[in-house]
Design a protein around this ligand. Structure first.
Ligand SMILES: [Zn+2]
Length: 58
């Protein structure tokens, strides 16, 4: 995975499984500190991740 901001490959990747079973990946660039989320190959906003977590709690 390359950073979409600086195109470096020095990117941290962490897998998460949300409370509803959705598998997402969190990426953080070591070079420019860009952070982003990806679900099934599609970039998603962190607010979408938080929304899934919030909906599961209700
Ligand atoms: Zn970067």
């Amino acid at each position: 995975m390359d950073c979409p901001q600086c195109l470096q490959t020095d990117v941290l990747e962490i897998e998460h499984v949300l409370p509803d079973g959705t598998e997402v990946r969190f990426f953080a660039c070591h070079n420019c500190e860009e952070k982003w989320w990806n679900r099934e190959g599609i970039d998603i906003d962190v607010s979408q991740v938080l929304e899934i977590v919030r909906q599961h709690r209700l």
